[in-house]
Design a protein. Structure first.
Length: 144
């Protein structure tokens, strides 16, 4: 019993590290609007495939967003619940680097729509979503 009690702080510390290492998407309702906080994941090592952009949806449901990746200077890639990726392309000149700390999405009905909604950084900048593009993996040519 004493051994268990002495290990209890270590066990609690392990679970605290796990939950801090993988922040989750959270939605709250504030002043008649749903506000979704989306954490941005670190850029992974270069994959063996590239992403091809296809025509995307007009709107995406915020409840299906599991995270986001910064993969370019003018867009943010959403990782969806079913492992698909959807790219949000910004209107105008809007640097995506402002979103490395995470960002917020506001919507009246939990649908994030191109041409209507914007991404708000935690630092205060705002970028309007111009379009969504569906991403599909395409195998890269082998490097000799």
């Amino acid at each position: 019993m004493i051994l268990f009690l002495s290990l209890l702080p270590a066990l609690i510390g392990v679970t605290a590290v796990d939950s801090a290492a993988s922040p989750r998407v959270r939605t709250t309702f504030v002043q008649n609007e749903f506000v979704t906080r989306v954490p941005v994941r670190p850029r992974p090592t270069p994959p063996r495939f590239a992403w091809a952009e296809l025509q995307g949806p007009k709107c995406i449901a915020s409840r299906n967003i599991r995270g986001a990746l910064l993969s370019g200077t003018e867009h943010v890639d959403f990782v969806m619940a079913d492992k698909r990726r959807v790219r949000a392309r910004f209107d105008g000149n809007c640097p995506a680097l402002d979103f490395y700390e995470g960002f917020y999405l506001n919507s009246p009905n939990r649908l994030i729509c191109a041409g209507r909604d914007a991404i708000r950084s935690r630092m205060g900048s705002t970028c309007s979503i111009g379009s969504f593009r569906r991403l599909v993996p395409v195998r890269r040519a082998a490097i000799p």
